[in-house]
Write a protein that binds this ligand. Structure first.
Ligand SMILES: NC(=O)c1ccc[n+]([C@@H]2O[C@H](COP(=O)([O-])OP(=O)(O)OC[C@H]3O[C@@H](n4cnc5c(N)ncnc54)[C@H](OP(=O)(O)O)[C@@H]3O)[C@@H](O)[C@H]2O)c1
Length: 223
């Protein structure tokens, strides 16, 4: 794998993890070009950056992308913001898998996806099942390497107010150190660490297959 002149495709670049991922990709020497697929401008200007405005319901009809090496997906919504379970499924499963398919058609062989701790396609919990189905369907696309990051609660400065997360974050921060053994995966984590790990893992670990990264792996790759 060449560590120079790579092209990244990024979806979710306007979000908490995605903004940080974009900044890291733009500054990383391995990447000569970063193609962002988004429904609104990122507000970032950079020689390496190419933004493609996209209707995620119509990705199939998008003009062909430039050749891509690596795909980074930090796209997602909440059931509350989406308005219904089917609308949430459309974003967190269908859009995510469509971006992965688009990247594959553009030649990408490696992909990094932000999923969630507990993701499981057989889970009773709807949110975790959707995340698990997205992981499963992306893993079946034939990428040489798929990184699945499974963070617990994301910490960081979010413009949008989320009451539940705002209430839970200080509590989880306070008890985080006491979450030991199998509970470590539930420790809250800085969104910036997740973004750093997405880039570092895909660039530095050349092993093939599906690699699941939870709290400790994410912190290790981020450091
Ligand atoms: N929040 C947490 O504590 C937590 C915990 C574990 C896992 N996760 C997962 O981690 C991932 C990243 O989370 P985050 O908090 O960084 O996300 P975020 O800040 O909510 O950003 C989500 C991104 O997805 C895009 N998006 C959402 N709905 C869209 C739609 N209908 N069409 C096109 N683009 C859409 C947003 O674009 P716009 O800016 O245009 O809306 C944004 O770029 C998500 O998959 C999330 O489920 C989150």
């Amino acid at each position: 794998m060449s560590l120079q002149g790579r092209t990244a495709l990024l979806a979710g670049a306007t979000g908490l993890v995605g903004q940080s991922c974009l900044a890291r990709l733009l500054e990383h020497p391995a990447y000569a070009r970063v193609v962002v697929l988004a429904r609104r401008p990122t507000g970032t200007s950079h020689d390496k950056l190419q933004e493609i405005r996209a209707d995620f319901d119509a990705l199939e009809g998008l003009t062909p992308l430039p050749p891509v090496d690596d795909v980074f997906i930090a796209l997602g919504t909440t059931i509350k913001a989406a308005g219904s379970r089917p609308a949430f499924y459309k974003v967190d499963h269908d859009y995510v898998v469509s971006v992965a398919k688009l990247g594959k058609r553009a030649g990408a062989r490696r992909l990094s996806l932000v999923s969630s701790v507990g993701a499981d396609s057989t889970a009773m919990n709807f949110y975790l099942r959707v995340k698990g189905e997205a992981e499963r369907d992306i893993s079946d696309l034939g990428y040489e390497c798929v990184d699945i990051l499974r963070p617990s609660m994301l910490l960081g400065d979010r413009h949008e107010h989320r009451t539940g997360e705002a209430l839970a974050a200080p509590i989880l921060r306070a008890v985080s150190g006491a979450m030991m053994g199998p509970l470590r995966v539930y420790r809250p984590i800085e969104a910036d660490d997740v973004a750093a790990a997405m880039v570092a893992s895909l660039v530095s670990d050349g092993t093939a297959g599906v690699r699941v990264r939870t709290f400790d792996d994410i912190r290790r790759f981020a450091s």
